[in-house]
Design a protein around this ligand. Structure first.
Ligand code: ZN
Ligand code: ZN
Length: 278
């Protein structure tokens, strides 16, 4: 972990990176081999060949040309970069311009997405995207894991008995899917209110940019963000294991926001709330 980076281990996932409103956001999750957004340059990014992008604001995507160039110089294959469809064409123009400046062709595999699309990640994992609510076209990324579970009526049977049933053509397992991670990107609270899958994610990485009245709820919404008052009002609807709050603005210290979590969040959810971002 390099300077300024934060690290949090929750529900079997390591979250690593920096996410500060208006400054930079990049979240690396090694267990899923995924990086969300690439708002700046930081140690550890190079190894991620697949990047899921929430939206095109520079604090979330400004580091992409540099990362693509660095991977190329290191002899790594072009990264697969999944973006909102609306920013595909301007990104190609940016890469054409950088290729001209650098004197060599920058290579990347840019994949445009509309809400509802999904990406197979292998190992039973799949990422899909939902429309989040921001000032520019934006996506919330949701990672699901499918696994086989023994059908309840066969619980307690010995391995040999199960094998015999299988041999006889009986289906002894069923496929179950759970949402292991959701990353909202920048969004207003309507995403949480509208999407059951977001509220049910085991780990929900949700933005909260404003944490007091220096920016009112209305002002915060005007910029397409979430105010702490809004998430406190709905926090009890969160069903998962960890609600990870990111993207606080420069106005707020970590200590200050951790104090707000302890004193203002409902007791039923408080212990599952984490502050992250460096
Ligand atoms: Zn942002
Ligand atoms: Zn933004």
């Amino acid at each position: 972990m390099s300077e300024g980076q934060d690290e949090l281990v929750v529900a079997g996932l390591t979250l690593r990176g920096i996410t500060r409103g208006g400054i930079q956001t990049c979240l690396m999750v090694p267990e899923l081999d995924l990086m969300f957004d690439v708002g700046g340059s930081m140690r550890g990014q190079l190894r991620f060949g697949r990047i899921l992008v929430t939206h095109g604001h520079q604090d979330h995507l400004g580091g992409l040309p540099y990362l693509v160039s660095q991977r190329q110089l290191s002899g790594l294959p072009p990264p697969q970069v999944h973006v909102p469809a609306e920013i595909e064409a301007p990104l190609w123009r940016i890469f054409a311009a950088w290729s001209e400046i650098e004197g060599f062709e920058l290579a990347l595999d840019l994949v445009p997405h509309a809400p509802g699309d999904s990406v197979e990640l292998g190992r039973g994992l799949r990422a899909s995207c939902l429309r989040s609510v921001h000032r520019v076209p934006s996506l919330c990324w949701v990672v699901e894991r499918s696994s086989e579970r023994l059908l309840p009526r066969f619980a307690g049977l010995a391995g040999a008995e199960l094998a015999a049933l299988r041999q006889a053509g009986e289906r002894v397992t069923e496929s179950v899917t759970s949402t292991v991670l959701a990353v909202t990107g920048d969004t207003q609270i309507e995403l949480f209110e509208r999407e059951p899958q977001v509220r049910a994610a085991r780990v929900l990485v949700h933005e909260v940019t404003a944490w007091d009245q220096r920016r009112t709820v209305e002002q915060t919404r005007g910029w397409g963000h979430t105010h702490v008052d809004e998430i406190i009002a709905v926090a009890e609807q969160f069903e998962g294991e960890a609600l990870v709050l990111v993207h606080r603005s420069e106005r707020h210290s970590r200590r200050e926001v951790e104090g707000i979590v302890r004193t203002r969040f409902p007791a039923s959810v408080r212990d599952r709330v984490h502050v992250f971002g460096g």
